[in-house]
Design a protein around this ligand. Structure first.
Ligand code: HEC
Ligand code: HEC
Ligand code: HEC
Ligand code: HEC
Length: 178
């Protein structure tokens, strides 16, 4: 009788057993200790993430030292926009409640570039109801000004309709607030 097929079967089963057993052993060796503590991930990752220093503040964090800008910003159409989007990161400016560095303040053409990052009508990602967009240079041509005008020559950056509403009130195009 030929037993060689049994031997072959035995070899195959043995190999599978070794691979599976080795796999389990390997997995045990390679898995970090805290794996599976809370779920299918490394439990220690939570504690590590909590140790990453916080770099951003909220708008509230800027208000107490910048009451002038805060007042304008809170009453304008940009009230939902983050100060840090336009000025940079809190941690580069303040540490332990003290000023440690200067934040960039955009000027002239840089301001126009900044505004158009959100208001250019070539950006189709958002609906007009969410954010009003303008076409350039048509927006400036409509106002009969040179196309070299920068946005902040008509729009107050922290409350973009402030001057425009005021101008309309003065010229009687809009009712003044009581
Ligand atoms: C849409 C962009 C934008 C947002 C949002 C914004 N700023 Fe500004 N800010 C500017 C620009 C541009 C200037 C400089 C030009 C100007 O004042 O007309 C400026 C000027 C300033 C200045 C004066 C800097 C100087 O030395 O002249 C301060 C202070 C300031 N912003 C603080 C804030 C604070 C605080 C907030 C949030 C409450 C804020 N900004 C939100 C764009 C922005
Ligand atoms: C602990 C107080 C404090 C806080 C909080 C603070 N600032 Fe300032 N900031 C200052 C002082 C002081 C100056 C320099 C004098 C000035 O321009 O009023 C300044 C200046 C600035 C300037 C002009 C450029 C510069 O750095 O000198 C900008 C822009 C500015 N701050 C934005 C912000 C924004 C945005 C926040 C919130 C993320 C913020 N600040 C939070 C104190 C503060
Ligand atoms: C981070 C994106 C962002 C940036 C940068 C930005 N804006 Fe805005 N802006 C908005 C959003 C969002 C609104 C709408 C807020 C609301 O719901 O009223 C708005 C509102 C406005 C409005 C009022 C539109 C209306 O009829 O209600 C004007 C005007 C305007 N922005 C001009 C500017 C100018 C000028 C600049 C550059 C200084 C600028 N924006 C920078 C996001 C931005
Ligand atoms: C010469 C003045 C002037 C300049 C410069 C200017 N705007 Fe305007 N903008 C206006 C006026 C006025 C309105 C309001 C029109 C109205 O109420 O019918 C307006 C309205 C807007 C609106 C609201 C549009 C809407 O559909 O309601 C946005 C957004 C805007 N401007 C962004 C900008 C940006 C971004 C820049 C710079 C690239 C800029 N503006 C430059 C005068 C100007």
């Amino acid at each position: 009788m030929d037993f060689s097929y049994r031997i072959r079967l035995f070899i195959v089963l043995f190999a599978i057993g070794v691979l599976a057993g080795g796999g389990f052993l390997f997995k045990e060796l390679l898995l970090p200790d805290s794996y599976g503590l809370y779920g299918p991930y490394r439990g220690d990752a939570i504690a590590e993430a909590a140790l990453v220093p916080i770099r951003h503040g909220t708008n509230m964090s800027c208000f107490k030292c910048h009451p002038h800008e805060a007042k304008i910003h809170k009453n304008g159409r940009h009230q939902t926009i983050s100060c840090e989007f336009c000025h940079g990161t809190y941690a580069d400016h303040i540490t332990d409640g003290k000023k440690i560095g200067t934040l960039p303040v955009k000027k002239e053409k840089e301001i126009t570039t900044l505004c158009l990052r959100c208001h250019n009508n070539e950006i189709k990602a958002r609906h007009e109801e969410v954010i009003k967009t303008i076409a350039m240079p048509n927006h400036l041509k409509d106002q009969n000004v040179k196309v070299t005008h920068n946005c902040n020559q008509c729009h107050q950056v922290h409350a973009p309709l402030k001057y425009i509403i005021r101008a309309k009130q003065i010229t009687g195009l809009m009712e003044a607030e009581l």
